[in-house]
Design a protein. Structure first.
Length: 393
């Protein structure tokens, strides 16, 4: 896509300009910023279910009789990746958290002004509904050999691709600039971040370690170059940092993955949109480490090993069903947090609030890990297809 060739530079400029603007703009100007961000967010999120349907369903039909098997493999490797990442995070938590000088004080934030007008653009369906719809329609079209439906899905994929090229990717740098402008204005960057800087640095190191493990295994298993995958993920990583949403980053991730010579095109069209919604290894890794910090801060102790393992095994399932939107993983798993780890009603509210606050500080980097890890899982799918004689669609 020619229009996205300079996307990394545009994203970096958007982040820098947004932070500076947030420090300088008055409240009246921020009303415009908040309103524009709201409208662009509505537009991008409206397109997400279309992207999911437009890429997953046709990709399933192109795999023919292998569709059911490939879907099962994709879900298994996404779950295993998430659980192993969180187990690594748990081990690091038991080793490091007792020695960290983590304070629970959180400075107050400046309140962002409300939107000048509210332009709602409701999605045609929720993202998870679009995912399930795509899978069922794709599989049913294969089972019934519905040639007309298959042809329609193929045409719809071309339409959605045009929307991605001409609408979604061009507006992303502006959306990211507006997002960082808001974070800078309300003080999230300048006030809250230092309080948990050390914990966030450790979590980010965990992201990179897990990505190295994933890509190392994927390259060894597939027999293809993992470097030729990850080097195209710069724009997607930066987009995820800015949008804090796997779903909103989907268009850029697809663009980068298609450029990789190590990934089969049919596996890209199938795997990238699917993993954007079910593979949240970075967010789950972060959440695991942070619940241990919150437990230490509020209760002076770490959760028991048994409670943490149960939490992790269930978190892997919740991550598959969590929406690929900002804070989707932690919001989907709040029931686990309060039901397994912080069960005392008198303190569960404080624990939940603190958890949400510090999770939000690094949510962008956890999302970036999720998105970048999708490339490794797609490389595993490519290797699986090659080893099992699944012909390229």
């Amino acid at each position: 896509m020619k229009k996205s060739d300079n996307l990394p530079l545009k994203l970096l400029v958007g982040i820098i300009v947004g932070i500076i603007a947030g420090l300088l703009l008055p409240e009246k100007a921020m009303t415009i910023v908040v309103t524009l961000k709201y409208v662009l967010n509505q537009l991008i999120m409206f397109c997400v279910p279309l992207i999911v349907i437009g890429f997953i369903a046709p990709s399933i039909t192109k795999m023919g009789s292998n569709a059911t098997r490939m879907l099962g493999v994709a879900i298994v490797i996404a779950y295993v990746s998430t659980v192993l990442a969180t187990l690594m995070s748990m081990a690091a938590g038991y080793i490091l958290v007792p020695h960290l000088p983590i304070a629970s004080t959180m400075d107050g934030l400046k309140e962002l002004p409300g939107v000048a007008f509210q332009l709602d653009i409701p999605q045609i369906m929720p993202v998870m509904s679009a995912l399930v719809f795509s899978i069922l329609v794709g599989l049913a079209a294969v089972w019934t050999k519905a040639k007309t439906v298959i042809a329609i899905l193929d045409e719809f994929q071309n339409i959605v691709l045009s929307v991605v090229k001409k609408v979604v990717i061009p507006v992303l740098p502006f959306f990211i600039a507006l997002t960082f402008c808001g974070l800078s204005y309300d003080g999230t960057i300048t006030k809250q971040f230092p309080a948990f800087l050390l914990a966030i640095v450790i979590v980010m190191a965990g992201h990179y370690i897990w990505l190295a493990v994933l890509y190392g295994f994927a390259g060894a298993y597939s027999g293809r170059s993992a470097i030729d995958v990850v080097k195209y993920y710069g724009p997607a990583y930066l987009t995820a940092v800015g949008t804090m949403s796997s779903a909103a980053t989907l268009a850029v991730a697809l663009d980068g993955a298609r450029k990789s010579p190590s990934l089969r095109p049919d596996m890209v069209e199938f795997g990238i949109p699917l993993f954007a919604n079910i593979h949240l290894c970075g967010s789950a890794l972060t959440e695991t480490f942070f619940v241990m910090i919150v437990s230490k801060v509020l209760f002076g102790r770490l959760p028991s090993v048994g409670s943490m393992i149960l939490f992790i095994l269930l978190l892997g399932i919740f991550a598959i069903g969590a929406p690929g939107v900002p804070g989707g993983t932690v919001m989907a798993s709040l029931g686990l947090i309060t039901g397994i780890l912080f069960t005392d009603p008198a303190t569960s509210g404080d624990a939940t609030a603190l958890m949400l606050a510090i999770f939000a500080l690094q949510d962008s980097f956890g999302t970036a890990c999720n998105v970048t890890g999708d490339g490794a899982l797609t490389l595993i799918l490519t290797g699986y297809a090659e080893k099992h004689g699944i012909k390229e669609a």
